[in-house]
Design a binder for this molecule. Structure first.
Ligand SMILES: Nc1ccn([C@@H]2O[C@H](COP(=O)(O)OP(=O)(O)OP(=O)(O)O)[C@@H](O)[C@H]2O)c(=O)n1
Ligand SMILES: O=P(O)(O)OC[C@@H](O)[C@@H](O)[C@@H](O)CO
Length: 433
């Protein structure tokens, strides 16, 4: 029996309660196409310092669009109905920060526990916390998914495969093809031999284990495992005789490790938020024509437009699925329609997890004056207050001309750039198409 490091206390008896989600009155634990009839919990090791990024802030707490990386990972798991609970293991000095993040972004099903001086010790603390679960609604899991907190792009389909394989085999893990060949070096720094790359795979996350296997593996493993090990699948094999099922995962499973990975992660998040937009026309003919022309133009920019006259009735669905809104106002320069969008977005608390973009396109007929002199000030004032609520307002002014398609194309280019970048620097600006 080893002496576990860093708060990894001896194993305690689990809750006797048996819990099968599908028998629990067909609750929301059924995803549309699958049923998981056993409790699944998650351990997110997040106790590292991220030295390889070269940054002072541990990478799991680096922010993207105003939100820490770990919040994106938590959200990916908490949005899955068949996951009953999430434990995040963080360094003691980050416990308050983690608690604030959970509260600020209204994360559910998740609690923070102290991590350890190594990844295995952090994971072990998380697994033990699952065994000591006191919340009445949460029983001891049948399956524990372990996933690095710095791998935010995890998909339900693959997690389902890992969870089901772990339940059947006792352990399962994600693998990916090797990009580089693995070589062994001599103590003098020369090539000793190289491995035949086709025979090897990179071990990634998520991994899944039955609670019994992973808790037993940590009870039996050595201090050297705790101190130097990096592979939970190895512990399951060595200490429980459980040979993990290996499942090739999607390329999105990569781990944020270096500074460049932070830039890559932010780019992926922005791209995900920029795939579509809702255009509100008010039903006016010129606005509808502009919207139709915009749809063609943004289509070429790989963005879809949903065109609606307003956000009432069935159209209110846009408030729950869109991150980008384009309000087309013809002639009048007042921002009342934009203000109405803000009220609707706030009623849905839509900007809690991601900044929402609202673009006011002011379209003036040829025989009219451009927007009133007050408009630039008005949009800046409105944008300044909205920004504090994570809503980014931008303006585009368009004067009707005979080159209709060209004007629409120009608006599309500007709107697409504003949506993709979500730049705080341009908030409140009235740009000229
Ligand atoms: N004592 C530790 C060390 C690492 N981790 C977590 O394990 C995951 C994968 O580890 P890694 O990418 O190595 O993170 P760091 O150890 O923080 O990175 P570095 O090695 O560059 O310091 C990360 O979510 C990290 O926070 C942990 O929970 N406890
Ligand atoms: O080794 P690091 O601490 O950088 O990251 C942990 C990885 O080793 C781990 O996530 C996978 O290899 C699967 O075990």
């Amino acid at each position: 029996m080893n002496t576990r490091g860093d708060n990894c206390e001896p194993h305690r008896p689990a809750h006797p309660r048996i819990f099968t989600m599908c028998e629990a009155g067909k609750s929301d634990h059924h995803s549309a196409e699958r049923c998981v009839d056993f409790p699944v919990s998650v351990v997110l090791p997040a106790g590292g310092t991220g030295e390889r990024t070269g940054l002072q802030t541990p990478k799991q707490f680096c922010t993207f669009l105003g939100r820490p990386l770990i919040s994106y990972t938590i959200q990916a798991f908490e949005s899955i109905p068949w996951i009953q609970s999430i434990v995040v293991a963080v360094a003691k000095e980050n416990m308050d920060l983690m608690t604030d993040i959970i509260q600020r972004f209204k994360h559910r099903k998740v609690r923070a526990v102290p991590g350890g001086s190594t990844r295995h010790r952090s994971i072990c603390n998380g697994v033990l916390a699952l065994g000591e679960e006191e919340r009445p609604a949460v029983g001891r899991p049948k399956v524990v998914i372990i996933h690095d907190a710095v791998r935010p792009f995890v998909e339900e389909d693959f997690l389902y495969k890992i969870a089901m394989a772990a339940k059947e085999q006792g352990a399962a893990g994600a693998i990916r093809p090797l990009v580089s060949t693995v070589i062994a070096t001599t103590s003098e720094g020369y090539l000793d031999h190289s491995l035949e790359r086709a025979k090897y795979r990179a071990s990634e996350m998520p991994q899944g284990f039955t609670y019994d296997v992973i808790s037993q593996a940590y009870q039996r493993c050595s201090e050297s495992d705790f101190e130097f090990g990096t592979e939970c699948l190895h512990l399951a094999l060595q200490y429980c005789g459980t040979n993990a099922k290996l499942i090739e995962g999607p390329p999105t499973l990569w781990k944020v490790t270096y500074k460049r990975d932070l830039a890559a992660a932010e780019s992926i998040i922005k791209e995900t938020l920029s795939r579509s937009a809702c255009v509100i026309t008010g039903g006016l003919a010129e606005a509808v024509n502009l919207a139709d022309a915009l749809r063609k133009a943004v289509g070429a920019l790989d963005m879809e437009l949903d065109i609606v006259p307003d956000l009432m009735g069935d159209n209110a669905r846009c408030l729950l699925k869109e991150w980008n809104f384009i309000q087309v106002s013809v002639s009048h320069s007042c921002l009342s329609e934009v203000e109405a969008i803000l009220v609707a977005l706030e009623a849905e608390n839509r900007a809690l997890l991601h900044p929402v973009v609202v673009i006011w396109v002011h379209f003036s007929r040829t025989d009219e004056l451009p927007v009133s002199e007050r408009a630039p000030t008005a949009i800046m004032e409105l944008a300044s207050t909205a920004k504090h609520r994570n809503i980014l307002i931008y303006g585009i002014q368009l004067k009707q001309s005979e080159h209709w398609e060209r004007s629409a194309s120009r608006v599309a280019e500007i709107a697409s750039a504003l949506i993709r970048e979500r730049s705080p620097a341009l908030v409140g600006q009235l740009l000229q198409a």
